[in-house]
Design a protein around this ligand. Sequence first.
Ligand code: HEM
Length: 818
Amino acid sequence: MTDFIPSRVRSDLGHQKRSSRHAVSRRLRSGTEGHHHRHHAKETVQSAIDLKPPITFDHILRRDKKDSDSSRRGSSTAQQQLDNNTNNVPPVPEKPIKPEDVAKAKKENERREEDLKESLKSVEEVGMSSTRQLDDTYYAILEKASMLRSTVSSLQQLADESQRMQSTFQEDTEKLEKDTEQSVQSLGQFEPQEKRINELVSKLEDARGRTNELNDQLESARLRVEAYEGRENEKVARRRVRLNITWATLLGVLMLVVSVLLAKNRRAVGKQLDGVSQRLVGLADVVDDVVAPISTRLRPSPMRQKYHDIPSLPRHWAFGNLKIIGEKCNPRAGRHPDYGFEEIWNDLDRPAAFMVDLAPVDKRSFLVVAEPSIAESATQPGDKFKYSLPKSDTMQALKPLIGKESIITAEAEEWRNLRKRFNKGFAPAHLHNLSPLIISKTEIFVKRIQDAAETGAVVPLKDFAQDLTTDIITQLAIEKDFESQSIPEGQSHKSSSGILTASRILSTLIATQGQGFDPVGFFDPVRRFKQWYYERLFDRELYSVLEKKLKQEQLQPKKRDVSTKAIVQLALADMEPTPALLWNTVAQIKSFLFAGQDTTATMIQWLCYELSKANHNPRNQEILKKLEDEHNAVFGSGAFSALEILRKPGQAEELLGSKIPYTTAFIRETLRLHPPAGTARIVPDADESNPPVSVNIEGRDARIDGLRVYNCQWLIHRNKKIWGPDADVFNPDRWLDEDFISKLPPGAWRPFERGPRNCIGQELALLEGKVVMAAVTRGLRFEKVGNTGLNGEKEVWGVANVTTVPVDGMTMRFHLKA
Ligand code: HEM
C-alpha cells in the first residue's frame, strides 16, 4: 500500500511512525503510567474500530484517473470528432496555426497543470490522514498484545503459586496424619486410668444415692419437728393472750383507780411533788457549794468544746444550762419562754445568737437566734437542703393536731408536691375572689362585738376572733360552714362530741404537753385517752365532710367557676379521690385549721389591743386618728360603711391592695411586736454526707451542726441594732419611712417566716386583718380590762399555747363610738 504514497509523503509518514513508535515504547516502559496508557490504548483501539472504511489511494487515484480520463475523454472526443470529421468529411484545408491558438493552448495547459497540482495536494492530505489512522490502530493492537502478554504471565505465576501450595498442603496433611496416628496409638496407655475413673464414678453415684436417702430421712424429721413447734407456738400464743388479757384487765382496773385518784387529787399531788422538788433543790444547793469549785477545774465535755464559740449561759456543774432555763422559762411562770430568752439575751449582752444546752436531759441543744442573717441561713434554700433546713424534731409533738402527713412537718419532695397543690388556693387573686365570704363572716364578728358593747359585757376577744377565723378557714378550705360564730356553746359542732370542741380540746392538750415537763400530766392516762378520742373524732368528722363535698362536686362537674372553688377542691382537681388521698387531705385541713386559726385570731386580738391603747396614750390617739382619716377617705364617712363598700365587685382587691397604706403599716407593726408563731429547724450532725456548718456569731465562726435553730422572732423583731432605739415602741409610721425600710437587713421582719417554707396562708391572714381593721376602727372602741400586765404596767403578755397567745384571752369591754 505504501507504494502508492508519493515519496515526500512517505518520508513524512516514516518520520511520524518512528516518533509514535518511540512514544509507545516509552509508554510501555513506564510502569507508573501503565494504567493510563492501557486506557489510552483501549481508546485508540476503539477509535480504530469505530473508523469508517478508509478512503484508499486506489479509490482516490481511480477518482483522479476518472477525472483525467474524463478530461482526456473530453479532449479525445474532440479529437475523435475531429478524426471523424477528418475521415467522414471531406478534408478541410489545414488551418494555419495562429499565435493566438498557441497562447490559448498554453493557457489551457497551464490550467490543466494547476488542476493536477491541486489533485496531487489532496492525494497527499488523504494519504497523511490514512497513515495516521493506520498508525494508531497499529499501536493500539501492539498495546493490547502487551496487555495480553502480562495477563498470561500473571496467570502463569498464579499457576506456579497454586502448585507450590498444593505440594505444601500435601506435606502438612501427611505430617498431621502421622501425628494423629501416633496420638491414637499412645491413647491405649490411659486405659488403666480410665478404668479407675469409672470405678470412682460408680462409687460416687453410690454415695449420692445414700446421701439422698439420708436427706429424705432428715426432711421428714424436720417436718415432724416443725409440726411440733407450730403446735407448741399455738399453745404458747394462746397462753400469752390469756395472760395479756388478765394483765390488761388488772392494769386497766389499777389505772382507772389511779387516774380517778389522780384526777381528784391532781392539785394535791402536784403540790406534794413541788414540795419534794423544793427540798431536793435545797439539798442540791448544799451539794453545789461543795462540788461547783471542783467542777470548774474539770475538762469540758466534747460537745461543749465543739460549741465553745457560741455565747452560752453560765452552767451548773450537774444540770448544765437546765437550772437557769428552769428558772427563766419555767412553764409555771405563766409566760412564753421567749420572755425568759429575752432576759438571758440581755444578760449575755444581746449577741446575734446564743446556745441553750439541754444536757443531760437532751443531747441536742438549741441555738436561739436574735439576728436576721442567721435566721435567713436556716430558712433559705441551701446547697444540701434545697427547701431550707429540715423542721425541728420537736414539731413531732404536733402530730395528733395536724396529722402524720401534714404539710407543716413534711420534708423534701413530699412537702414540695403538697405545697404545689395547695399554693393555687392561697394565691392572692384566688383569695380576693373569695373575699365576699370573708366579708360576710366579718359582719357576724362585728355584730357580736356590737351586741356585747350594748350589754357592756367583759368578753375574751379570743372567743369571737377564734370563731371568726375558724369559720373563714373552714369555709375557704372545704366550703363547709360550721357556723362557729352562730352556734351557742354546748350545741351541735360545739357539743362535747362536736368537731369544733374536738379541735379546741386537742390544741389545749398538745399545748400542755409543750409547756415543759409535767410529771402528773405526762403519766395522766385520762389525758392520753382524751387525746386519742378527740383526734379520732376530729379526723373522722373531717373525712366524712370531705368525702361528701367531693361526691357533690363529681355530681355537678364543670358547673362551678374555678375562681370561687374551695382551696381543697382546687388542690384535688384531676386527682383520683382514693381513701389514701382523702386521709392525706384531712391532715392538710387539720394543718390549716391549726396554723391559720389561732395565729390569725391572735393577730386580731393584738390589733384590737393596739387600738385600745388610744384610750390612755396620746401617741396611740394620733395613730388612731391617722387610721380613721384613711378609712374615711377610702370607705366613705359611715362608721360601719367599709364592709358595704368592700362587698362591691372588685372593690376589696383594689381598696385593700394599695389604698390603705397606714392600715397595712399598723398590721405590720402589730405583727412585729406580737409575732404569734416562729420556727425551729435542725442542722444535721456533721458526717460523711453533711459537712460541718458554721455561722458568724459576734465575729467568730461558730459550729452549729447538730443544733436545733430557733428563730426567735420576739428577739429579732425587738433587736435595737436593727430597729433602732425605739424598737420596743409601737410605731406604724416606721413602715412608711422609705429610707428606714431600705436600710433594714433582709429578713428583719419575719412573722410569717421566710424562704420556700414560709407561711402559705400569709395573704389570707393579712386580708382578714385588713377587713377586720376596716370594719371596727371607726365604729368601735376597745377597752382592755382585767390583766394589768407585767411589772404593774397596763400590759398584756403572751403565753405558749402551741403558738403564742395573749395571756388572758384578751378580755375586753367594747364601746360603740358616738
Ligand atoms: C397571722 C397569722 C399567721 C401567722 C403569724 C403565721 C405564721 C407562720 C409561720 C411562722 C410559719 C412557719 C412555720 C415553720 O417554719 O415551722 C407558718 C407556716 C404555715 N402556715 Fe402560717 N401563719 C399565719 C396564718 C396562716 C393561715 C391563715 C394559714 C392557712 C390557712 C396558715 C398556714 C400555714 C401553713 C400550712 C404553714 C406551713 C407551710 C409549709 O411548711 O409549707 N398560716 N405560718
